[in-house]
Design a protein around this ligand. Structure first.
Ligand SMILES: Cc1cc2nc3c(=O)[nH]c(=O)nc-3n(C[C@H](O)[C@H](O)[C@H](O)COP(=O)(O)OP(=O)(O)OC[C@H]3O[C@@H](n4cnc5c(N)ncnc54)[C@H](O)[C@@H]3O)c2cc1C
Length: 449
C-alpha cells in the first residue's frame, strides 16, 4: 500500500499553499490501490503541478502524484500515434520524438506538464485558431474511476466520459494512459516575424493579420497607458523548412537551465523595475524576421528553472481570460486600464487568438482573444481579480480554470454555462464525490463545497 504523507503543496503561482496528504505510487497497481484507500476522504490526481492555483491541491485531503507513472507504452509510426502513461511529460515526448521527426501538434508555454494534466486542462498553444486544443489530437485514454473500474474513453467509446474528462480538471477520475497523434516535422525551428505595435487597436489588427501563420501571439506592455495602452510586440511563427536552418535540423537546443535559487524579496518586482523591463523589451524588438529554436519560441521561460520564485514568498496569480471578437477591443481596454491604474505591476502579459470551441463542456477556449497576465499575490489580490472577473463577465468572457485561484462559484456558473452537463456526467462516474480538489471545493463544482 502506498502511504499518504503530509506535505505542503502549491501550484505554479505558489499561491495558495496547502498541507495535503500526498501519495506517490510508482506502479499502476499502487495507484489503483491508493485511489481507493479510505484513509483519505477524497483525492485528486496531480501531474507536474504547472497549473497556477489550486486545481492540483486538496487541502487536508488526498493528492495522488502521477509523475512516476510516465512510461511510453508504444508508438505506431504509420499513424504517428504515441501511447503513453498519464504521467509522461511533454518534455520527455519532445526529447524522444523531435530528433525522430515528430512534434506535439499542440504545446502550452511550458513543456514540463504531463499528458494527464494536458488532457484534464485541455491545454492550448499559440496555434489554437488553426489546430485547436490538445484534445483535438487525442485518440483515446484509459480512465480510472472511483469504483476502480478502468474505462476506455474515445469519441465513440464512452463519449460522455471522454468529453467530460477533457478540461474536467481531474474530477472524473485518473487518466492512466492516452493515445495521442504527433505531427511530422522537418526541423526543430520556427521562422518568426516581429512587429512592434503602438496601441491596442494596432495589436489586435496585427494579430488578426497574423492569423494566416500557424503561431501568432503578442506580448503586451501592460504598463503603457493613455494613447500607448495595449502597445506591444506581435510575433508570428511558422515551422521552418530544412533550407532555412544551418546544422542538424532536428537537433534540440540543449542549453543549460539557469536557476532562480532563492525567492526574490517582495520589493524586487515593483512598478518601476517592471516598467524598465517592458520598455527595454519593446525597444529590443523592431521589425525583423528570425529563425529560432523550438525551445526559444515555444517555452522561453523553461530555460530559467524555478522562475516562479521571482515573485517572492507571497507568490502570484495568472489572470487568463478569453473575450469574444465583438467585445474584445472594449473589454481588453477596460482590463488593461484597470490593471495599469492598480499599480499591480504585471511582469508578463500575452495576447493570443482563439478559434472555435470544441465539444468538451469545461474546455476553456472559444473564438476570440485571450489575455494572460501575471499579478503578484499582494494584499487585496482576490478582490482585485474579482474586479477583473466582473469586466470579463460583462464582455461575455471567461477565465481559464488551469490558472485560477480566485474565482467565485457564481461567476464560474455564468462563465461556464455547460457546467450542469459536466456535473451530470460526474455524478454518474463518481456518485460519491471521490474525486475533489481545492478548486472544485472552492467553486462548488458538483455541489462539492
Ligand atoms: C510557464 C507556463 C506556461 C503555460 N502555458 C500554457 C499555455 O500556453 N496553454 C495552456 O493551456 N496552459 C498553459 N499552462 C498551464 C499548464 O499547461 C496546465 O496547467 C497543465 O495542465 C499542467 O499540467 P501538469 O501535469 O503540471 O498538471 P497539474 O498542474 O499537476 O494538474 C492540473 C490539473 O490536471 C489534473 N490532472 C493531472 N494529471 C492528471 C491525471 N493523470 N488524470 C486526471 N487528471 C489529472 C489535476 O487534477 C489538475 O486538475 C502553462 C503553465 C506554465 C507554468
Amino acid at each position: 500500500m502506498t502511504p499518504f504523507a503530509q506535505r505542503e503543496l502549491t501550484g505554479w503561482g505558489r499561491y495558495p499553499r496547502q498541507r495535503c496528504r500526498v501519495a506517490r505510487p510508482e506502479k499502476r497497481r499502487e495507484l489503483v490501490a491508493a485511489a481507493s484507500d479510505t484513509e483519505v476522504p477524497n483525492l485528486i490526481a496531480r501531474g507536474l503541478g504547472r497549473s497556477y492555483g489550486d486545481a492540483a491541491l486538496n487541502d487536508a485531503s488526498g493528492v495522488l502524484l502521477t509523475e512516476k507513472l510516465g512510461r511510453f507504452l508504444g508508438f505506431d509510426a504509420e499513424s504517428a500515434t504515441l501511447h503513453a502513461e498519464g504521467g509522461a511529460s511533454l518534455a520527455d515526448i519532445v526529447n524522444t520524438f523531435v530528433p525522430r521527426g515528430y512534434f506535439l501538434p499542440v504545446t502550452p508555454g511550458t513543456r514540463f506538464v504531463t499528458i494527464g494534466g494536458a488532457i484534464a486542462c485541455d491545454v492550448h498553444g499559440k496555434n489554437h485558431h488553426r489546430d485547436g486544443c490538445f484534445s483535438e489530437h487525442l485518440e483515446e485514454f484509459e480512465l480510472l474511476l472511483a469504483s476502480s473500474e478502468v474505462l476506455i474513453c474515445s469519441r465513440t467509446q464512452n463519449p460522455a466520459a471522454f468529453w467530460a474528462t477533457i478540461g474536467g480538471m481531474g474530477l472524473t477520475g485518473v487518466i492512466l494512459s492516452a493515445k495521442i497523434r504527433l505531427m511530422p516535422i522537418q526541423t526543430a525551428f520556427v521562422r518568426v516575424s516581429y512587429a512592434r505595435t503602438k496601441n491596442l487597436e494596432e495589436t489586435l489588427a496585427q494579430l488578426t493579420r497574423d492569423a494566416a501563420t500557424r503561431y501568432p501571439v503578442a506580448w503586451l506592455d501592460c504598463l503603457a497607458t493613455g494613447s500607448n495602452l495595449g502597445r506591444g510586440v506581435a510575433m508570428s511563427g511558422d515551422l521552418a523548412g530544412v533550407d532555412e536552418v544551418s546544422g542538424e535540423p532536428l537537433l534540440l537546443e540543449s542549453g543549460r537551465r539557469r536557476a532562480v535559487p532563492l525567492d526574490f524579496p517582495d520589493f524586487a518586482l515593483n512598478p518601476r523595475s517592471v516598467k524598465a523591463f517592458n520598455a527595454l523589451y519593446y525597444a529590443a524588438h523592431s521589425e525583423v524576421q528570425r529563425v529560432v529554436s523550438f525551445e526559444r519560441f515555444f517555452w522561453p521561460l523553461d530555460s530559467v528553472g524555478g522562475w516562479n520564485r521571482i515573485y517572492g514568498a507571497r507568490g502570484f496569480i495568472q489572470y487568463q481570460c478569453v473575450l469574444p471578437p465583438q467585445t474584445a477591443p472594449q473589454g481588453l481596454r477596460q482590463l488593461l486600464d484597470t490593471v495599469a491604474a492598480s499599480g499591480r505591476a504585471p511582469f508578463l502579459a500575452v495576447l493570443k487568438l482563439f478559434g472555435e470551441a470544441n465539444a468538451a463542456p469545461l474546455s476553456f477556449p472559444f473564438a476570440g482573444y485571450c489575455l494572460a497576465l501575471d499579478l503578484p499575490a499582494a494584499p487585496g489580490i482576490v478582490e482585485f481579480a474579482q474586479e477583473l472577473d466582473a469586466i470579463t463577465l460583462n464582455h461575455g468572457g471567461r477565465v481559464y480554470l488551469a490558472k485560477d485561484a480566485t474565482l467565485t462559484p457564481q461567476s464560474l456558473r455564468r462563465m461556464y454555462p455547460r457546467l450542469p452537463e459536466f456535473e451530470a456526467v460526474k455524478a454518474q462516474l463518481d456518485p460519491n464525490w471521490r474525486f475533489q480538489s481545492s478548486l472544485s471545493k472552492r467553486l462548488g463544482i458538483g455541489g462539492a463545497a
